[in-house]
Design a binder for this molecule. Sequence first.
Ligand SMILES: C[S@@+](CC[C@H](N)C(=O)[O-])C[C@H]1O[C@@H](n2cnc3c(N)ncnc32)[C@H](O)[C@@H]1O
Length: 230
Amino acid sequence: MASNVRLEAILSMLRPCDVLLDVGTDHALLPVLAVRGRVARKAIAADLRERPLDEARRTVARYGLVDRIHVVQADGLRALESLAADAVVIAGMGGALIRRVCEDAPKSFECVTQLVLQPNYAPEHVRGWAREHGWHLREECMIHTNGQYYTLCAFVRGIGADPSYATIACPDAVKLEVGPLLLQRKDPLAKRYCDWQKSRLVRVRAKVIVAPERLEAALKRFETACAYLA
Ligand SMILES: C[S@@+](CC[C@H](N)C(=O)[O-])C[C@H]1O[C@@H](n2cnc3c(N)ncnc32)[C@H](O)[C@@H]1O
């Protein structure tokens, strides 16, 4: 299998598990990597649409893993209504969609002990949902591949407030957008990402006529983050 930096990074955020559910699996490459790499004993590759599911079935068959990877059609976390999993990955979607999927979880989601979420953008929705629903950040990282920045967050269940947020002297909105653990360790790639966002926002500021206050607020958040990460 050709190496995929983003999927490998997601895999590295997972702790060994029994059954992994990959929501929005598309090509099912992540479940294949997880099972072949012995990170998961078994996996469920779930997607909403027929075309990705066909692709997923082909991938699973190609790697001879039909007995260890179950390909199912399911909306969000609904696969958990009939199939048990202890770990969930949701990757490659916008942060708001990932948040909606998590909010719509069935009762059986209670059996899940670890979550790895990789929003393509708007990670604040993901961190915000986790913080409000008893999931604590275990690890977070950024990668830059194919000209894009990606945020990866690994969560475990916790009691009370997530301590990751306690030690950073930044506004909450900055912590949710950039990540408390990335801020805490002054992550160099997070700094590059914030610098890039700042320059991008300054460039679009000249052209924006609708809701400039939202742009100014975003710019302020990244300026604050850059100052913290410097
Ligand atoms: C851009 S692909 C990401 C594929 C893969 N997770 C990755 O990171 O490479 C998004 C996939 O999510 C699926 N999807 C979108 N909304 C979904 C939902 N509510 N439930 C399950 N799958 C969904 C789409 O059909 C598509 O295959």
